[in-house]
Design a protein around this ligand. Structure first.
Ligand SMILES: NC(=O)c1ccc[n+]([C@@H]2O[C@H](COP(=O)([O-])OP(=O)(O)OC[C@H]3O[C@@H](n4cnc5c(N)ncnc54)[C@H](OP(=O)(O)O)[C@@H]3O)[C@@H](O)[C@H]2O)c1
Length: 234
């Protein structure tokens, strides 16, 4: 028996034992759009300090004022600089160029990508596979000094933005390379009533999570719904 074999094993950590994230500042790039604004509203309503970013600081300030809940608005660069966790909520077309331009401001930050690369034609929505594999992997490639995670792909911005909706009844698949980072994002999701963050693998498996939105859009169209997802048996 080696000394390693005889060492007492540390008890396995409860996967639902998540960190306290209440003191973190969350920035949202592209926070003037429905997804970013909706997430900002929900997180701020749950007590999180939130800054929304825009290519035009004035637009972000106006949107922040509309949200209330203590949300601030700033340019995307300032938002990135002042935040601990930065959610990327811009269209796929703007994703690469924006992240490339903010590489310095995003260094050392936890960047959470919620971008779904999609195309639309007369048959509806379809998933695009980026050269890097997924939007999240593109973010990781462009931001070598940041910690990149992926989450919040399957939310309905309509529900997020509706103040009459008390609970957002959905799970949030969270992907990333570092367990500590994934747990921060899970904990952030868990602050929103009805929402639960579930670890769903490494970034190399982000494509199918991003792509699933094309299916949700089809579901929403057929059933006139704002569908979310639930992972069973966990
Ligand atoms: N909508 C949803 O229900 C939903 C749900 C889950 C995930 N998502 C994902 O979240 C992202 C944002 O969705 P959205 O519906 O909020 O999108 P959006 O309204 O089209 O865009 C969000 C914001 O991004 C900024 N933006 C637009 N083009 C840009 C560019 N080329 N470069 C940099 N910034 C640009 C704009 O802000 P400024 O002009 O103020 O800079 C815009 O208000 C998308 O990638 C989408 O796949 C959306």
């Amino acid at each position: 028996m080696t000394s390693t074999d005889s060492a007492p094993k540390a008890p396995a950590k409860d996967p639902w034992d998540l960190p306290d994230v209440s003191g973190l500042v969350v920035g949202v790039l592209g926070g003037t759009g429905p997804q970013g604004k909706g997430l900002a509203y929900r997180l701020a309503r749950a007590g999180q300090k939130v800054i929304i970013g825009s290519r035009a600081a004035e637009r972000a300030r106006a949107a922040a004022e509309g949200i209330g809940q203590g949300v601030e608005g700033a340019g995307n660069a300032e938002t990135a600089r002042r935040s601990d966790v930065v959610i990327v909520a811009v269209p796929w077309e703007g994703h690469g160029p924006l992240l490339q331009s903010l590489r310095e401001e995003l260094a050392g930050k936890l960047v959470v990508d919620c971008v779904n690369p999609l195309g639309f034609d007369k048959k509806g929505a379809y998933a695009i596979r980026p050269e890097e594999g997924s939007a999240a992997e593109q973010a990781a490639a462009l931001l070598p000094d940041s910690r990149v995670a992926a989450a919040f792909h399957h939310l309905s911005a309509v529900l997020l933005e509706d103040p009459e909706v008390a609970q957002i009844d959905t799970d949030v698949m969270v992907l990333g390379e570092e367990r500590a980072d994934v747990e921060i994002v899970q904990a952030l999701a868990g602050r929103i009533p009805g929402m639960r963050g579930v670890f769903a693998g490494r970034l190399r498996n982000a494509h199918q999570v991003e792509a699933l939105v094309a299916n949700l859009i089809s579901i929403n169209r057929r059933y006139k719904a704002h569908a979310g997802i639930r992972i069973t048996d966990v």
